[in-house]
Design a protein around this ligand. Structure first.
Ligand SMILES: [Zn+2]
Length: 201
């Protein structure tokens, strides 16, 4: 039986690398994969999933109005699909997560979703909320804070590198940066308004 997987983490834990490796493993065995990524994230140019270590794959773009079940079923009828992989899955809508669960249950195709669990304010992303609720398998991809603990939080830094937790959940093309830290240092950085003096501890 196929299953719905949610691979989640903070930023920079190698999610895209893990996705590309899984896709490659299928293809190596002569199986066909479908890769999707969110239209909202065009850091690397459209229609592509790229990892920071230089791997990449063509991808279909989805936005909030994409009918994922219909799209995948049509592709599957044309030429059998053995696995669906979704990058930046935090941007999926509730209906799209439901549609992906239908792909698993009705078409019997495994669906592997990769994305962030929470935003820079520590709130669940919409897609992640329903993936946490409905996935068969939850897999945490770990990355570490500068202190060596597991980094589970995403800190937003302004142009001057000061942590802040205001503004829209997603800013594309802005000057802010994000850094993954442990919960203790997330709180401490916001309290002090700086990472300085914390990082050296
Ligand atoms: Zn830490």
């Amino acid at each position: 039986m196929a299953q719905l997987y949610f691979y989640y983490s903070a930023m920079n834990a190698g999610k895209s690398t893990a996705l590309l490796q899984s896709s490659y493993n299928y293809q190596e065995r002569g199986m066909r994969t479908l890769v999707y990524t969110a239209e909202i994230d065009n850091r690397f140019g459209s229609g592509k999933v790229s990892s920071r270590i230089g791997l990449s794959s063509p991808a279909k773009l989805y936005n909030e109005s994409t009918q994922l079940f219909d799209d995948i079923r049509d592709e599957h009828n044309r030429d059998a699909v053995h696995c669906v992989l979704v990058d930046e899955c935090q941007f999926l809508t509730r209906d799209q997560v439901l549609a992906l669960s239908d792909v698993v249950d009705e078409l019997d195709i495994p669906v592997l979703c990769y994305g962030l669990r929470t935003d820079f304010q520590g709130e669940l992303f919409g897609g992640s909320q329903y993936l946490l609720a409905w996935s068969d398998k939850l897999v945490e991809l770990k990355t570490i804070c500068f202190c060596g603990r597991k980094a589970s939080m995403v800190l937003r830094l302004d142009q001057e590198g000061r942590p802040y937790n205001q503004g829209a959940q997603v800013v594309i093309g802005g000057n802010e940066r994000y850094v993954s830290v442990c919960r203790k240092h997330y709180k401490e950085a916001l309290q002090k308004g700086t990472l300085e003096g914390i990082q050296s501890v």
